[in-house]
Write a protein that binds this ligand. Structure first.
Ligand SMILES: [Zn+2]
Ligand SMILES: [Zn+2]
Length: 302
């Protein structure tokens, strides 16, 4: 009897231990960090650098344009594989983005004992505040710029049927899945970086006003993103702007340069599910609807 209870308690203890085994460290994803604060734009523009270049980890940089240059203050992303680097977006207005990206690539090459690395310039979507610097890259040696069209996007990433098929891009030991997400803009895409588990959602999901120009397409795109991520670890959802304040349900008005109390950049997979659940009861008739960290906003006011 004593042995039996001992055996029973041993079994219970081992079961408890097994039940508490955590997820393998970091779900196999490469981790990274965010800065304590992003530059926004002010209060004194003479003191604000034009760009903030942040190393999320050794092979991924997040670059933010200053609000003093352009109130949109977009985020750009620079990722490195063994064979190629990839830049998502080229910023807003007249800038020295080419110079900043070259300097960052040179820094990476130096650290990795290389002379150079080819660059693929891609886009989250085709709005002016994300493509203004394209002309600084087109025609440069070792640089390929993805054309600004549905056809160009399909060809670059091997997307057979738009927008229901997936594409991909291999930077050398680093594959990103490419998911078409029209609705905010006709050739918008989301990139899923398998190495970091980051979902780059452009202007379709970020802490701010999610402008919807084609409601049925937008609703279908969000559902496809939810379906795509169902069996994948998502570390962060990173969009291209911050317009929300840290105060729930509060956003900075269009045109704000200085945002001293802005929301963090990173959203989570839960926010994607939240967006999808908010859209469902609208039955395709998408209306303005504020959630804690972002607002669904039909008809882009521009
Ligand atoms: Zn946009
Ligand atoms: Zn934008």
């Amino acid at each position: 009897m004593k042995y039996l209870s001992l055996l029973l308690s041993f079994t219970l203890v081992s079961f408890t231990l097994v039940a508490q085994v955590p997820e393998p460290k970091g779900a196999g994803l490469e981790p990274g960090t965010f800065p304590a604060k992003w530059i926004t734009g002010g209060p004194d523009c003479s003191q604000v650098p034009k760009w903030q270049v942040h190393q999320y980890n050794p092979d991924l940089y997040i670059i933010r344009e200053s609000g003093c240059t352009n109130y949109e203050k977009p985020f750009l992303y620079l990722l490195f594989g063994k064979d190629r680097a990839m830049l998502q977006d080229t910023g807003a207005g007249e800038t020295n983005v080419g110079e900043i990206v070259s300097q960052t690539i040179a820094e990476w090459c130096k650290r990795n004992g290389r002379e150079s690395i080819p660059l693929l310039v891609t886009h989250s979507h085709g709005h002016g505040d994300h493509i203004s610097g394209d002309k600084q890259f087109i025609g440069k040696p070792g640089v390929t710029v993805v054309p600004l069209s549905v056809e160009g996007t399909q060809a670059a990433f091997g997307i057979k049927t738009w927008p229901t098929d997936l594409g991909s891009v291999d930077l050398g030991g680093r594959v990103l899945d490419v998911i078409p997400i029209p609705g905010h803009q006709p050739f918008g895409v989301t990139y899923y970086d398998r190495r970091t588990g980051i979902l780059f959602t452009g202007d379709t999901l970020y802490p701010g006003r999610l402008y919807v120009s084609d409601a049925p397409a937008f609703v279908a795109s969000i559902q496809r993103l939810v379906d795509f991520t169902k069996d994948k670890p998502v570390a962060h959802v990173l969009g291209c702007h911050i317009e929300e304040a840290r105060t729930p349900f509060l956003d900075y008005p269009v045109g704000t340069k200085y945002q001293p109390d802005e929301h963090v950049l990173e959203l989570s997979h839960a926010n994607l599910v939240e967006l999808n659940e908010a859209l469902k009861p609208m039955n395709g008739n998408v209306v303005r609807y504020a959630l804690r960290d972002f607002t669904i906003w039909p008809n882009k006011p521009r």
